[in-house]
Write a protein that binds this ligand. Sequence first.
Ligand SMILES: C[S@@+](CC[C@H](N)C(=O)[O-])C[C@H]1O[C@@H](n2cnc3c(N)ncnc32)[C@H](O)[C@@H]1O
Length: 281
Amino acid sequence: MTKQLDLNDYKQGIADVYNRRSQTYDDSEWHLLICQRLLEYSLIRSGKHILDIGVGTGHIAIEAARIVGDGGRVVGIDISSGMLEQARCKVEALGLNNVEFQLADAESLNFPANSFDQILCANTFPWIEDKEATLRQWIRFLKPGGVIGIHTPADTAYVGYVVLLEVLEKYGVLLEASNRIGTLETCQSLFEDAGFEAIKIKTEQHGSYIGLEQAKATWEGISRPPQGKYRNFSSKLSSEQLAQAKAEFEAKLEALQTDQGVWDELTTWYVIGRKPETKIL
Ligand SMILES: C[S@@+](CC[C@H](N)C(=O)[O-])C[C@H]1O[C@@H](n2cnc3c(N)ncnc32)[C@H](O)[C@@H]1O
């Protein structure tokens, strides 16, 4: 029998989204690119034990399993059974026997302390509800001197989201802490406060031009579950205010349109940190 997770509505919403997307997830090369970058920055070596959090269809786990070889081990965890199923099929087809997958919530893992050399987390950290508590938990699983590598979009990323926030602020609506980490400084502090040292944040621009209608669709998309947990703004404004705010939102995006479309900036951070050698948790 398949193990079931006891997830809150927000996380069940995420699991449902990815279960639905699991069969077509690999059609996009975007996530693969991010995973390759994170792998490059994380400098995985042969024989190491790796934990891939939010493993999805296994982009990182499979490459990591090849790098660590027979003397190493990779564990991938995810809340979406559909994504894990895809990952398992790929691993089986490749005949890799040093990688295993577990259905588990990244915020309540139960590995022994000091059991991994590296923890990697690509395209998943924004979904974590309590980022500080979760990092404090993850650092326990790392061996002293072990390395964490996380990818996350910067605050300035996604034009529709940034413009929406600006407009809503004018109406006195400050959206509840979103899934962003904050500024580079708050990102640094978040990892320091969790106990990591030698933190390096590499910044890359993965932006592209998108169509105006796609940018405008942020208005509807952002208040839909599971994002709605953080971004449900429609109940905070009257219907007249909503209509006015939406018109302003669309006008601001129209003003940003160029011949190529609307620039959808996507500053991306790759955060690498180390558990101190002296830290035995
Ligand atoms: C965008 S996919 C990334 C998958 C893979 N890391 C990659 O980059 O291709 C996000 C993944 O995170 C998983 N996820 C989201 N929240 C999670 C949580 N709290 N615990 C475990 N997995 C989670 C989702 O189910 C999904 O498979």
